[in-house]
Design a protein around this ligand. Structure first.
Ligand code: F6P
Length: 389
């Protein structure tokens, strides 16, 4: 294991460290706060804006009484001791930057307690790095999986404060995650562009939209883009119902149709399967994704030619939209306040328009799915959008 953060200091480092502290006595350095920050899981727009929000607010709260350490590639860097000391200028000019300046990686929660062939105890390594870095708090920016591990580390005695990020908007406890609205903009733009070509050719198009196991992103992009059919994981579809919608549109003289399909969409038959059976059925599926299977099935039923567009990771890229820049900044500054108040073990969340702390134990392991009777779905139905049910 390489402790890159430590490797960058000289062998005189411990002596120099204490000397600096002694010389700095009286300047307030004795109470120096040491904060580690990491981004984990799939990236999204607004991560850098949130990092900037946390760190600028920390400097505001503690002045020069805080040291910030950027941990590389999420929990991987915490395990490996891979980090570097950051300076105030590192947080300037990154508000509009996509991705994450700290790097990220997926470290599945279910493997955290598993000692693999490499004989590594991942939880112990993370705790060891935290202690060796003498951190007062670890700030974690992440989605669902990340929050399970954040909660685990908190239960193991580390001081953790977290921020909810993901284009999926599926983190429990917050009405909104940053990244979501930017991805909605991108996906909506795809649906808009497909609309023009679909109209010209009189074709049926499927646009497959990310969101993992929940339908927030396809719902919002579908409604915003004026899709005719929206398929969500929360509302299993009947293939006959979709075919009937398309045929009714044909009869009404509408030669084109747009289907906004969640990558996690599933049929009524599939919804009745156990998790294991569902996995096996999908493994047998010959098409690369649900949209291609749907295209084949609908085409067989209606005789219509179907085109499929999968924007994929495009939806996570680029600059955050204005809404996400503001939300990331609000979350960031709220996280810094929690650190100042030593209110650890919480995620900052948006509830009823205000930023509030929610205990990590309440967030971890829950999924915020789309309620099938939510106002967005009801109003979409009112204007004739169908959901395949
Ligand atoms: O969680 C964000 C997300 O983009 C999901 O919408 C999608 O299912 C998944 O990540 C893709 O994961 P990966 O980037 O690992 O391919």
């Amino acid at each position: 294991m390489i402790d890159k953060g430590r490797a960058r200091t000289s062998s005189y480092a411990p002596a120099l460290f204490y000397l600096t502290r002694i010389l700095s006595y009286g300047k307030g350095y004795i109470g120096m706060k040491r904060i580690g920050i990491l981004t984990s899981g799939g990236d999204c727009q607004g991560l850098n804006a949130a990092i900037r929000g946390v760190c600028k607010a920390l400097y505001g709260e503690f002045k020069d009484g805080v040291e910030i350490y950027g941990i590389h590639d999420g929990y991987r860097g915490l395990m490996d001791g891979d980090y570097h000391r950051m300076a105030p200028q590192d947080f300037s000019g990154i508000l509009t930057l996509g991705g994450t300046i700290l790097g990220t990686s997926r470290q599945p929660f279910k493997m955290m307690r598993v000692i693999g062939d490499d004989n590594r105890d991942k939880v112990k390594e993370m705790k060891d790095t935290y202690r060796r870095m003498k951190l007062d708090c670890l700030v974690v920016l992440g989605g669902n999986g990340t929050h399970k591990t954040a909660n685990l580390l908190s239960e193991e005695g580390l001081n953790v404060v977290s921020l909810p990020k993901t284009i999926d908007n599926d983190v429990w406890g917050t009405e909104m995650t940053f990244g979501f609205h930017s991805a909605v903009e991108v996906a909506t733009n795809v649906v808009d562009c497909i609309h023009t070509t679909a109209t010209s050719h009189g074709r049926v198009f499927i646009v497959e939209i990310m969101g993992h196991k929940v339908g927030w992103l396809p719902l919002y992009a579908g409604v915003a883009g004026g899709a005719d059919v929206i398929l969500l994981p929360e509302i299993p579809y009947h293939i006959d119902s979709i075919a009937a919608t398309l045929e009714a549109r044909n009869k009404a003289g509408k030669s084109f149709s747009i289907l906004a399909v969640a990558e996690g969409a599933l049929s009524v038959e599939e919804s009745k399967l156990s998790k294991k059976e569902f996995k096996a059925a999908r493994a047998r599926m010959q098409q690369p994704s649900i949209s291609y299977r749907l295209a084949k099935e609908i085409s067989e039923k209606t005789g219509q030619e179907i085109r499929v567009t999968v924007p994929g990771h495009f939806q996570r890229g680029g600059s955050p939209c204005a809404y996400d820049r503001v939300l990331s900044t609000r979350f960031g500054t709220a996280a810094a306040k929690l650190i100042k108040e030593q209110k650890y073990g919480h995620m900052v969340a948006l509830q009823n328009g205000a930023i509030v702390p929610v205990p990590l134990g309440e967030v971890a392991g829950k999924l915020k799915t789309v309620p099938v009777d939510c106002e967005e779905i009801l109003s979409a139905r009112e204007i004739g959008i169908t959901f395949g049910d």
